[in-house]
Each structure stands twice: as C-alpha cells, then as structure tokens.
Design a protein around this ligand. Structure first.
Ligand code: SF4
Length: 549
C-alpha cells in the first residue's frame, strides 16, 4: 500500500537524518543492490520498508509455517516442471552466471523449456520459474504459485519479469500463472500428478495492461531508496499486510502510545484521512467525530478513561448459555498441498482438541485429544469430540470459525458424518466476537487475542517453560512427530505437549467466562436492589464487525 507522505517539510527532519546516517553507514559496506522482486514487493507495502530493505535488510527468523510453505513451494515447482518435457535447469552460483547461462541456452535453440532462467536489465534482476522458448524465439513465462486463485500481486511480479526480459532483448509472447485448483480432491498418499492439482491461467492481457503502471512504480521506487525522509513515515495497517513487515519491532519503538493501526475497524480511507490530518495517536481523536464506528468510539473512551468498559449485551449473552458449558479449543494445521484422502488444497486439518466442561452446579471436568503422527488425524478427532459432546449443552469457542474445519469434514470424511453432525448440532457462543463487540480496554485493541484478553481480564500469564505455546510451535511439534524413525515415546511426549497447549486455551476461556460472570452477577445483584427492576428484552444482535474490502 502506498501511503501519502507525512505532512510537508523542507529537507529531511533531524531525526530522519540521524537514522539515515546510521543506516547508510551499515549499508555502505555492501555493494549497491539491483532491484528485484523482493524490493519491488517491499516498495508496494511501504516506502520506509523499501528504504530499510535496500540499505539495512533484517534477517527474518524463520518460523515453522514459513519453512513448511517454502518446502511446499519447492515441491509444487518440481511438480509443475515435470509437465514440461525437454526442460533444462539453469545452473549458476551467482545471478550474473545464471543470466549468462540463460543467454547461451536461449541462443543455442537446443532447449524447449528453461527452469530458473535469469535476466538482468536496467538495474533490475529477475528469475522465472519456467520459461518456454517458441520456434520463432519468443518466450512464454510460467509462474508457479501455491494459491488457489490469481492474485493481483502475482500479476505485478509477472509484469516485472516481462519488463526485464523484454529490456534484456527478448520477445515475450505469453504469460501464465500455474496455481492450485481448489476443487481438487486428494486421493491420499504422497503422490501427486500436475493434471488435476494444478490449473493454468493465461494472464498475458492482464499483465500487458499493468505494464506501464508497474514501470512507473519501479522508476519511483528506484528514486525513493535515496530519500532519507521516508524514515519519518508512521506505521499503519499496511505493516501487517499482505505479510507482517520484518521492521515492525524497530518502527514500533517510534510509535505513539495508541498508534492508529491498533484502532479497531480502521479502514484504509479513514487511516489515510487521519495521516493527512497529522494524527498518529488515536487517543487524539474526538469521540464525536462523524464516521467513527461504535467500537471505535468505545475504544477511544476506554483509552481516555484508562478503564474497562463492558456493554450490557455481554451480560445478556452470558446469561443465556445452556449448561453444561464446553470451553472448547480446536487446533488445526493448514498446508497448501493436501495429504489425506478427499482433502482439498489449503483445507485445514483438525488434529487436537481440549475441553473444560462445567455443569450448572459448578463441577469441572477435562478432556482432550491430540494426534501427533504422520497418518490421518481426522477420523479419531471427529469420533472423540462427537462422543465428548454427547452430554448436550453449549460450546464456548474463542473463534467459531474453527468450526469450519469440522464442517468441511462432512464432505471429506463421509464415514464420520454422524459424529461430525452431532458436534455441529451443538449451540455455540463465539467468545472472541462477543468480547470484541462488547468489551473495551486500553490494552485490548485491534490486535487482541485469547492470551492478551485472559491476561488483561484475569491476570493469567503465559508459561515460559513450555515447548508448545502457539500455532507455530505446535506445527513444529507435529512436523517432528511425522519424521521417519521417531521413537514412540517421543511421539507421545509431543502429543502431550500439544494437548497441554490446547488445554491451556480452554482453561483461559473458562477463566474469562468466570471473571465476566462474577462481574455480571455482582452487577445483577445491584440491579435487583433498585426499586424498579428492568426486564431483560429479547436477545440482541451483536453490532456487526465491519469487514474491509
Ligand atoms: S513496520 Fe510498517 S512502517 Fe515500518 S517499515 Fe515496515 S511497513 Fe513500513
């Protein structure tokens, strides 16, 4: 996202100068970089990110999910390449060597397809996943992507490739995206065939249409890397989209106490408007400002008062629960390439659950399940959960979207339909949505999650001595459990760590419920002591959570 520049200034501010000198001192030792796909993407996210990536890139610690994605990308590329006969891998230890080899191979006319062809022209370098040479010497570009639809950023990536390849003296004939077919159903096992799994889209015209804009952006990005004043730019919602920026730890040190990016329901238009007005701290906003949403006004009020604000409908919702209450936490793993029978690309696979069940009389029981192995966790997951919920009552979930992974099993796991239907038939309460709509606190902003909510409301701190503490560490445990020749005892230990993690989430939900129920009970007592009692009306709709296009 390109953001307006900060309010007009003449020359770089002193703070920007000091930062720029520090960054450039580190940068000067390195050779000048050519522009590539990564820098172009950085420029599209934020001018400051482009500057920092160019002069002072940071090493991103590799998360397990990124590592798995990268492995999947390689696997998919191999699969796509297998559909091209007479293809040659472009070797070369440096990009220059690979570009030289590409030129030689194309000139020789002996190969039909090149894998990893490299080109350098006018300060830009690109590599193509698959390049096909036609008889007349013109080229078709194929880009392999693990998404299930053609996204705008795929097109800009291809436009950059087409521009550079043509500037290097070649004619581009056709441009294609190879991506995953979302309707593909896996037969099971580790074998895939490109036909059925991979779809091809001819995007030649779409890419040609955006070429002038991409070229303009490229020229502008090339100028921007010399502009130190961008170091003064504020953070924004773009810091997390389309991917989390690696410079956030550094940039957040310069942020106001209540940065705009943490205001709930912030649309791009409002964000732009506020930046133009020079507002970087949302606590400076007037609560009466037109166009603010209900949640924004209440968040501003909570920040101004420094206290917790609770809407009456939170109490009403909590009074209408149906015992026994099942505080249910579900863990799913999502991978681009399906592994199990009838699974589709990117379909989440539920592999663990934990439930803290509470009767109306206050009796608490615990149950959990975790499958840490290479084989299919879904049948046991569905059976054990269906059986546990047989006692009736209501499910309390942190995010009811997690039920979607169970609903999808109806189609992909027909043998367990009965257990799946039994689970889906239970009424449920989405605790996250309820609290996001009706609970406001200066420390519960747009980035709130279960752990931060449990910390603010109940004082629960996250353990520091556990192996599995989040989705990424759970995925690492799962990957480890699926490695060949791993000992049964190690697998059991990993399953137990995963169970422990989902169990903690379930306990946090119960603690939040208990805290709020105690507060609502105290409030109800006060209410009863008043002379005229108010009657509780019909169940209200929660205020909608705006979704930005
Ligand atoms: S954290 Fe945000 S403001 Fe800082 S460089 Fe990244 S995208 Fe830009």
């Amino acid at each position: 996202m390109q953001f307006p520049r900060i309010p007009p200034h003449t020359g770089s501010p002193p703070a920007a100068n000091a930062q720029a000198n520090e960054v450039k001192t580190r940068s000067s030792a390195k050779s000048q970089r050519r522009f590539d796909k990564q820098l172009f993407e950085a420029g599209q996210q934020c001018q400051k990110r482009l500057y920092l990536d160019y002069h002072d890139p940071v090493e991103e610690p590799e998360s397990e999910s990124r590592r798995v994605m990268s492995e999947t990308g390689k696997q998919l590329l191999q699969l796509a390449k297998s559909a091209f006969a007479r293809g040659a891998e472009v070797e070369g230890t440096t990009l220059e060597a690979a570009a030289k080899k590409t030129t030689e191979l194309l000139a020789s006319g002996t190969v039909f397809a090149l894998f990893g062809a490299a080109f350098v022209a006018e300060g830009v370098e690109v590599r193509s996943d698959i390049l096909v040479r036609q008889k007349d010497g013109s080229l078709d570009i194929f880009e392999v992507k693990s998404g299930t639809k053609v996204k705008g950023r795929y097109l800009t990536d291809l436009a950059l490739q087409a521009l550079t390849i043509e500037r290097a003296g070649h004619k581009v004939r056709g441009i294609y995206v190879l991506y995953l077919d979302k309707t593909y159903k896996h037969a099971g096992g580790e074998e895939y065939t490109p036909k059925g799994l991979i779809k091809s889209a001819d995007v030649t015209e779409r890419v040609r249409r955006i070429l002038p804009r991409v070229d303009e952006q490229l020229q502008s990005f090339m100028r921007q890397v010399t502009d130190d004043s961008v170091l003064e730019l504020p953070t924004g919602t773009f810091c997390a989209a389309p991917f989390p920026c690696p410079h956030l730890a550094r940039c957040s040190k310069q942020e106001a106490e209540f940065p705009l990016r943490l205001l709930p329901d912030l649309t791009r238009d409002l964000e732009r408007e506020l930046h133009e007005e020079g507002i970087a701290d949302f606590s400076q906003l007037d609560q009466a400002r037109a166009s603010l949403t209900f949640r924004q006004r209440r968040t501003l009020q909570a920040a101004a008062e420094g206290s917790l604000l609770k809407e009456p409908f939170v109490k009403e919702e909590l009074q209408q629960v149906e015992f026994p209450l099942h505080f249910l936490s579900i863990a799913t793993a999502t991978e681009a390439l399906p592994r199990f029978q009838n699974q589709k690309p990117w379909q989440p696979v539920p592999y663990a659950w934990a439930c803290e069940t509470v009767t109306e009389g206050g009796k608490v029981t615990h149950a959990s399940f975790a499958h840490a192995d290479k084989d299919d966790p879904r049948p046991q997951f569905a059976q054990t959960l269906g059986k546990h919920l047989n006692s009736g009552g209501m499910m309390i979930l942190w995010d009811a979207d997690s039920l979607e992974s169970i609903r999808l099993l109806l189609e992909s796991l027909p043998t367990e339909k009965q257990a799946i239907r039994a689970t889906l038939a239970r009424p449920h309460l989405d605790l996250r949505r309820l609290l996001e709509s009706g609970l406001f606190h200066p420390k519960l902003l747009a980035n709130r999650d279960l752990a931060s909510t449990a910390h603010v409301l109940c004082g629960i701190a996250q353990p520091t001595d556990k192996e599995v503490t989040d989705e990424d560490s759970a995925l690492r445990a799962l990957q480890k459990a699926a490695t060949p020749r791993i000992r049964a005892a190690t697998k059991e230990k990993l399953a137990s760590e995963i169970k422990d993690w989902v169990q903690r989430q379930s306990s946090m939900m119960h603690a939040i419920y208990r805290t709020l129920s105690e507060r609502t009970a105290a409030a109800a007592q006060e209410e009863e002591q008043k002379p005229a009692k108010k009657t509780v009306g019909p169940r209200k709709q929660l205020p909608p959570t705006p979704v930005e296009e």
